[in-house]
Design a protein around this ligand. Structure first.
Ligand code: HEM
Length: 408
């Protein structure tokens, strides 16, 4: 008989980061929650309970600025010199100003206006599989969709989309602090970043001369009361919008289908009532969220849950664990779209709450609705599927789904 190894609590986070835990880190989170704030072997303070994560998300003594950290995440410098950090990696007052300028452009009208484009893109991706009885949901559907949509929102011409897809894939890999990239991969990422910045610069000049009805033109023309974004900040923001919304949305769609196919009774309820897609996507953001954790740095000594976190420490906020905390959610390990109360941490919280949440929800709902309606008798080919290495932006690398045929 094999015995389950007992992992000491200060090694649990290393175990979460280990690729062998990727398919199901939730039992490790349950063990971490026994100590709401725990010091790990590598010096990281892991925060795993809902209440404590929420307190720290709202605490001004916690910084998102990697420059204040002794363990900064990888940054990419283009040959022209260092780039300013994207606003996700800044603190007030700079963060407040940059975020406000972006939020002014993420209006309900602009995001609502994307509905038709999302439906068209979703159906076009599915129509391309009409002759097939099996496809890889990740490569053939979930991966291309968010790039198409973000390009449309920003105002990137359709013919340039394939280049964007390549740049985004190369850059997304650099976001994983646990992945060691080869020299060739690092060079490819730097090259992609340089090309993307050069492309955006060119596009900003074109849009300044001939503004169109898109987000990029609105930011370039800059009629906000706060003034216009500087060019380096504008470019850093564009890169952020492209990569922050890519892998995350891919994983939202993929995790949703994985959970639905593992829970045929929920899938059946969704088929009978397509409007359940809204609650299904919301439940996914809690039950198996694309962003599992975010890291921060303490700007002062902080006392929380009986632990003293010193100034300058690295803190990991385990959002996915908080969203499974039984002290906050009824039956937290159950996939249950109809749950009455679902204030999950899937989009973070407080000052850095996800800017793209309304767009991501819309993409997720349209995709899940269409997949449930159009795939006839779908089933998983491999369960569990293979996962990408990234522990923070966690999701399957492939998800093979077999089906009888595609409905119109
Ligand atoms: C399912 C898809 C998505 C998930 C799960 C997600 C999740 C998150 C989370 C957890 C944060 C908080 C980060 C922190 O506290 O450090 C965040 C921030 C952010 N997200 Fe998303 N996101 C998604 C899609 C998008 C999309 C589509 C966009 C853009 C179009 C986007 C843009 C951003 C930006 C710009 C920030 C930084 C906000 C700030 O620092 O003030 N996200 N997202």
């Amino acid at each position: 008989m094999t015995q389950t190894p007992v992992i000491p609590s200060e090694k649990l986070f290393a175990q979460v980061l280990d690729p062998t835990s990727r398919a199901d880190p939730y039992p490790l989170y349950a063990r971490l929650r026994q100590t709401p704030v725990s010091l790990q072997e590598d010096g990281t303070y892991v925060v795993s309970t809902y209440r404590e994560i929420n307190l720290l998300l709202h605490d001004p003594r916690i910084s998102s600025d990697e420059r204040k950290s002794a363990h900064p995440a990888r940054t990419l410098d283009t040959p022209g010199g260092p780039n300013p950090p994207a606003f996700i990696f800044t603190d007030p007052p700079l963060h407040t100003l940059l975020r406000r300028q972006i939020m002014q452009q993420f209006t309900p009208q602009r995001i609502g206006g994307m509905q038709e484009h999302i439906e068209q893109a979703v159906n076009a991706l599915l129509d391309a599989r009409k002759q097939q009885h099996q496809f890889d949901l990740v490569q053939d559907f979930a991966y291309p969709l968010p790039v198409t949509i973000i390009c449309r929102l920003l105002g990137v011409p359709t013919e340039d989309e394939p280049r964007f897809r390549g740049w985004s894939s190369a850059l997304v890999r650099t976001l994983d602090p646990t992945e060691s990239l080869s020299e060739a991969e690092k060079q490819h990422a730097v090259q992609s970043h340089t090309q993307l910045i050069a492309y955006m610069k060119q596009l900003s000049e074109t849009r300044r001369a001939h503004p169109q009805d898109d987000l990029f033109s609105a930011l370039v023309v800059g009629d906000s009361p706060d003034g216009r974004l500087s060019e380096p900040d504008l470019l850093a923001t564009m890169v952020l919008l492209l990569i922050a919304g890519h892998e995350t949305t891919v994983n939202l769609i993929t995790n949703s289908m994985l959970a639905l196919l593992r829970h045929p009774e929920v899938f059946e309820r969704l088929r009978r009532n397509p409007d359940l897609a809204i609650a299904t996507v919301e439940e996914m953001l809690r039950y198996d969220p694309p962003v599992q954790f975010r890291t921060r740095t303490t700007l002062a000594d902080i006392s929380i849950a009986g632990v003293s976190i010193p100034k300058g420490a690295r803190v990991a906020l385990l959002l996915a664990s908080g969203s499974h905390d039984p002290a906050r959610f009824v039956d937290p390990d159950r996939f249950w779209p109809e749950r009455e109360e679902n204030e999950h941490l899937g989009f973070g919280g407080s000052d850095h709450y996800c800017v793209g949440a309304p767009l991501a929800r819309r993409e997720g709902v349209v995709a899940v609705k269409a997949l449930a309606r159009r795939l006839q008798a779908p089933r998983l080919v491999t369960d569990p599927p293979p996962y990408r290495k990234n522990a923070a932006l966690r999701g399957p690398e492939h998800l093979q789904i077999a089906f009888e045929h595609l409905n119109e």
